[in-house]
Design a protein around this ligand. Structure first.
Ligand SMILES: *Cc1c(COP(=O)(O)O)cnc(C)c1O
Length: 814
């Protein structure tokens, strides 16, 4: 399918440019050229967008709404060109008129409305839903400032606001006509009328929710779904005139600011920041705006509200949008006049929930008082839900107060969002097999026992269109050349590549591609960090959020040990390595920021130590984000997935690396286990405590790090080096890291896993120097990566959770 030829594209582009800017192309800035291209692409998309909506309407097919506080889309220009099937035409046409598409690409600001994996998952899911022809739409908040921009200054992380909207966003369309009002605070009056209780919410603060829509283009199938992001605006009046007239300008502005604050900034913490009222406001704002609009559209299409769950599925990405449950109940009862039982039946059938973490500090809970005063009517509904649920529990577990309080939605003065999400939805899924098992057996064991049918697993995935076809065009070409292009629409067909496992010419081709990707990354590192990196060194990469459980410290300790060994023996025979890091720490997470500082100090010291003879280098790339991941991952030889077993629910970075021909050094955690099940333990580097061991130690209060230190000279030395000024003239710089090990008992088993990690790294060193062995493993990894396409994940959600009869209701292939 192609609706375009080169000449008409050129004509369209030139017309678009002059329409927008009224000047000659040659006089325009580079950004003008990007904007014109983006706008033109959006025009092309617009026709399909309208058409898709029309088909959905006419067919009456079930609509899926994916609610998420985060959507980490990254850049859209090239992915849109690829999905429209016009990348080559566009590239050639622009070439003819002296424009380099590659350069324009770099001008687009990442759409970074997410912290990490959870937000990126939402973005990959949107891509897969559109590409599979599933009527699935995103619903989120249009944060004015995305995830902060990170700069490394003097080795430390410094945060800057991410003002991503400062230049015109060519993809979005404001839809003021679709705005709704969201109500906060106030009181609820109750009266009886015709035997029914009527609730009226009064004296509330109204906030106008205005949607901005971004088209989500399916891969060469004519489908365009919608990502709707809501923006908070003052209602009617820009500023509160009653204050304004009294001359109190500040107070007047305060009103405007307090409302706009709701969609002002994304919380830069990937676990939960307890009790932040603005965060609770954001969460309700998202679900209330989103669901009001869905119900309005549903009714406008002439459907009966009693069939709502037959036509609509609402998925909540973690508990952040869990207020969807009481909000839908509110609308069904207070606005549509349904009774409690019917409203609950519809709500439960409509809503499904994904859990993303078992870290206890990430479990959302709100103090009852805060909740009640901000959301009085919603609180009443949650309270009633809780009472009815607990009554059911009492019938089953009479007298077992402990158990009931462990399961109650409201307990110890808090509203528990995970419990609300489980009780109010028909499906609860984990994001990797082991994670789901831990939910069922440990974290949510009581609920699993009570309602086992709700629980299921959906192992995460990644869009192979973005992470392979877009990010690694040379590898994509090799795959097409060897196994044909069926893997593009059927990603598990990438399995056919396995037959080249022992083919030395393919090994060589893979090496050439990797080296060319590494050269590009070398240029980028030179440009951004002014560090000269050897493209023939092994690229050992850990890029992800900086967090104690992800154990960047373990990686750093391996480097510190290797450095010590090199100083002692400069002739040490090792494969030269470049250790590449990137990742942001939550601004309030002191320990994580110190880990960043440590890595940067290692870099300064090691990169400039002549005794090392360039055998190892350390690089910290700042401002980790989707577009940076796209540059690093295709150049990686080794993928670091070294979280403490049980702590990483799934991980998706692991999948991106595997698909791009990096080998994995990993603990048996999250989806690493499923990678191992596919490729076999001989085709990756596994080390460390198993989840059962971690759980057992944790149950008995941990282990003794001091004992380990006494037995292991390497650990003693590294530990001392943290606090003896070796890496920082400020001796207290890394005290927090030291204390996390010895004072707070090494909660994440860094020292416990150290020896086994170093052994695994020695194995990596050995295998890398055996060219054909390494590349055989690379082939096997690539060949087994198709399972991790989010297309597989989304098909499982569609049939297993959302009740779509895939592929009946699909627009595809026609
Ligand atoms: C994939 C991705 C993540 C998640 O990485 P993990 O290694 O699974 O934690 C985070 N941030 C960005 C920008 C990503 O692309």
């Amino acid at each position: 399918m192609c609706f375009l030829d080169k000449e008409s594209f050129k004509k369209d582009y030139e017309e678009k440019f002059s329409e927008l800017f009224g000047i000659e192309l040659s006089e325009g800035t580079e950004y003008n050229k990007y904007e014109a291209l983006g706008s033109l692409i959006r025009d092309y998309i617009a026709k399909m967008w309208i058409n898709t909506e029309k088909i959905y309407q006419k067919s009456g097919v079930k609509q899926i709404y994916y609610f998420s506080m985060e959507f980490l889309l990254g850049r859209l220009l090239v992915s849109n060109l690829i999905n429209l099937g016009i990348r080559e035409i566009c590239q050639e046409a622009l070439n003819d008129i002296g424009i380099d598409l590659k350069e324009l690409e770099e001008l687009e600001h990442d759409q970074g409305l997410g912290n990490g994996g959870l937000g990126r998952l939402a973005a990959c899911f949107l891509d897969s839903m559109a590409s599979l022809g599933i009527p699935g739409h995103g619903c989120g908040i249009r944060f004015k400032y995305g995830f902060f921009e990170q700069k490394i200054i003097g080795g430390n992380q410094v945060e800057y606001p991410d003002n991503w909207l400062k230049d015109n966003n060519v993809w979005e369309i404001r839809r003021a006509d679709k705005a709704v009002v969201v109500k906060f605070g106030g009181t609820v009056n109750m009266e009886k009328s015709e035997g029914r209780l009527i609730f009226t919410h009064v004296n509330y603060e109204p906030v106008l929710a205005v949607p901005y829509d971004t088209p989500i283009v399916g891969y060469k199938n004519g489908v365009v779904n919608n990502l709707r992001l809501w923006s908070a605006e003052p209602l009617g009046k820009e500023i509160d005139f009653s204050y304004f007239r009294k001359g109190d300008f500040l107070k007047a502005m305060e009103y405007k600011n307090s409302i706009e604050a709701i969609s002002q900034v994304l919380y830069p913490d990937d676990s939960f920041e307890e009790g932040r009222i603005l965060r609770l406001k954001q969460e309700y704002f998202l679900v209330s705006a989103g669901i009001q609009r869905i119900v309005k559209n549903y009714k406008k299409a002439g459907h009966n509200i009693r069939d709502f769950h037959e036509k609509i599925a609402i998925h909540i990405n973690d508990t952040h949008p869990a207020l969807a449950i009481p909000e839908l109940m509110r609308i069904l009862m207070d606005e549509e006049g349904l009774g409690w039982d019917e409203a609950f039946m519809i709500t439960e059938h409509t809503i499904s929930y994904t859990n993303h973490t078992i870290l206890s500090e990430a479990m959302e809970k709100w103090p009852v008082d805060t909740f009640k005063s901000l959301l009085p009517r919603i609180y009443m509904i949650v309270e009633e839900l809780n009472e009815r649920f607990c009554r059911g529990l009492w019938n089953e577990y009479t007298g077992q107060w402990d158990k009931i309080s462990r399961m109650a939605i409201i307990s110890d003065g808090y509203v528990r969002m995970d419990r609300l999400a489980i009780v109010g939805s028909h499906s609860v899924n984990g994001v990797a097999k082991i994670h789901t098992e831990i939910l069922k057996k440990k974290v949510m064991a009581d609920f699993y026992y009570y309602t086992p049918h709700k629980f299921n697993n959906k192992t995460n995935g990644i869009s192979h269109r973005r992470w392979l076809i877009q990010a690694n065009p040379d590898l994509t070409s090799l795959l097409k050349e060897t196994i044909g292009d069926s893997f593009i629409n059927h990603p598990t067909d990438i399995n056919y590549f396995q037959k080249y496992a022992d083919d030395p010419t393919i090994h060589q081709r893979l090496y050439d591609i990797k080296r060319s990707n590494k050269l590009k990354l070398c240029d980028y590192i030179m440009k951004t960090c002014n560090i000269k990196v050897d493209p023939d060194s092994l690229f050992d990469v850990q890029i992800k959020r900086i967090h104690a459980y992800k154990r960047q410290t373990l990686n750093a300790f391996h480097i510190m040990d290797l450095y010590n060994r090199l100083i002692e023996n400069p002739d040490l025979d090792i494969q030269p390595r470049t250790f590449i890091f990137a990742g942001k720490a939550a601004p309030s997470y002191y320990l994580a920021k110190k880990i960043i500082t440590l890595i940067n100090r290692l870099a300064e010291k090691i990169n400039n130590d002549a005794r090392v003879k360039d055998k190892i280098k350390v690089v910290f790339l700042d401002n980790y984000r989707v577009s940076l991941a796209e540059k690093i991952i295709p150049a990686a030889d080794l993928s670091e997935q070294i979280s403490t077993a049980t702590k990483e629910a799934s991980g998706t970075g692991n999948m991106k690396f595997m698909m791009n021909g990096a080998l994995t050094i990993a603990t048996l955690d999250g989806a690493n286990i499923e990678i191992k099940d596919l490729v076999g333990e001989n085709n990756m580097f596994i080390f460390g405590l198993k989840s059962e061991e971690v759980l057992k130690y944790s149950q008995y209060g941990g282990y003794s790090p001091v004992e380990i230190m006494k037995e292991d000279d390497r650990i003693r030395r590294i530990s001392q080096d943290l606090i003896n000024g070796m890496y920082s003239s400020d001796f207290s710089d890394f005290l927090a890291i030291y204390d996390s090990l010895y004072k707070y008992n090494d909660e994440y088993f860094v020292l416990k896993d150290f020896s086994s990690y170093v052994d695994a790294q020695a194995e990596v060193d050995k295998v890398y120097r055996d060219f054909n062995k390494w590349y055989k493993m690379v082939v096997i990894n690539i060949a087994n990566s198709g399972t991790f396409s989010s297309d597989r994940t989304i098909k499982e959600y569609a049939t297993g959770i959302w009740g779509l009869r895939y592929p009946d209701n699909i627009l595809n292939e026609g």
